[in-house]
Write a protein that binds this ligand. Structure first.
Ligand SMILES: [Fe+2]
Length: 346
């Protein structure tokens, strides 16, 4: 039965997967939705809200379903449920979706390279998200998508922070920074690939990381749990002279915009959209985050990037929006702010 539902869902997805090009020919990619943490067992009115905003791209940052299993039949059943959600199907029919995974759709809570079923989970991911044969040829879900329209190039870099990730140190329910030289977040092959991507010309590089890159003060999963790897990322941005790098992340069941001086010559922003229907809806204290510039510490939300390419120095609106589409957090930046020399002390 599960197989039948799965087959029907795949057929539906194949019919409705849209072209990757923006809707108006020649228009640069300028409206990008993103977010994370969708529990398929709960309603998600946010899909219709996102669809109404007409994003050119929708970036799925992981925990795109709560699978938490090493059983292939469970993957089939739950991906089938996701595909059958009318709101999700509507959005997918209108907007190119690009996905990475986080722990719950990887299959193991806070899991990494030690998860024995990771290759089965990868095959299920590839089927559901219809990744290309080229992407299937390498392990992990990392991938690059380039949209060179209207004389402007938007690069979307999908990171895999699960498949290759070394075990973390956890004490008293809190992750501890681990500086061991042999611990990795991305693995060597993915680091090499990322270096090549950073050397490829692009105006704006949106880096999809399931876990937060900039925040470092909370006790949960984050790049800062492997500080050498986090620094390696900053060093790579600097050594490749890549400009226009902007991180988007999920996982935390809260929305926030963070920013740091990482020594690359321009500010590193990290916009966390989380979750589609898995946030606390009542008021709660914020998590500590020395880099926070905007926050949504309650309410389901999605991230929204809107770029006005017509301006001489393009305006990039970084936003978090709620279930009803209201703007809950907003930080406007300029493309020139993401260029080397913006922070002159470096
Ligand atoms: Fe997660």
């Amino acid at each position: 039965m599960a197989t039948l539902i799965w087959a029907a869902a795949l057929a539906l997805a194949a019919q409705t997967t849209p072209n990757s090009a923006p809707r108006t020919p020649g228009e640069p990619v300028s409206r990008i939705a993103f977010g994370s943490c969708y529990n398929q067992a709960k309603p998600a009115p946010i899909w219709a809200t996102i669809a109404a905003a007409r994003p050119h791209l929708t970036l799925m940052l992981g925990d795109n379903a709560y699978i938490d299993s090493d059983d292939p039949a469970t993957f089939d059943r739950i991906y089938g449920q996701v595909a059958a959600d009318p709101g999700f199907a509507l959005l997918r029919s209108q907007s190119r979706m690009i996905a990475t995974w986080d722990d719950h759709d990887y299959g193991k809570n806070d899991g990494g390279e030690e998860f024995p079923a990771r290759d089965m989970a990868l095959a299920k991911f590839d089927d559901f998200w219809q990744v290309t044969a080229e992407e299937r040829a390498t392990p992990g879900v990392y991938a690059a998508h380039v949209f060179p329209q209207g004389g402007r190039t938007v690069q979307v870099l999908v990171l895999d922070t699960r498949y290759f990730r070394s075990p973390l140190i956890r004490e008293n329910n809190a992750y501890k920074p681990d500086d061991s030289a042999d611990k990795t977040m991305l693995g060597e092959a993915q680091w090499k690939w990322l270096e090549a991507q950073f050397r490829t010309p692009a105006d704006l590089r949106i880096v999809m990381s399931s876990i937060q890159f900039v925040p470092e003060d909370h006790i949960f999963e984050k790049w800062a749990n492997l500080p050498r790897e986090r620094q390696r990322m900053l060093d790579l941005i600097k050594s490749t002279e890549a400009e226009g790098v902007l991180f988007v992340s999920g996982d935390r069941h809260l929305g926030e915009i963070s920013m740091m001086d990482g020594g690359v010559g321009y500010p590193i922003y990290d916009v966390t959209g989380s979750g589609f229907n898995q946030s606390r809806t009542d008021w709660r204290l914020q998590e500590p985050n020395r880099h926070r510039v905007q926050s949504v510490n309650y309410n389901h939300n999605f991230g929204w990037i809107e770029i006005d390419w017509k301006q001489e120095d393009p305006l990039i609106k970084l936003q978090l929006r709620g279930e009803d589409g209201d703007v809950l957090a907003y930080q406007p930046i300029r493309l020139s702010w993401l260029k080397r020399g913006r922070i002159r002390s470096n």
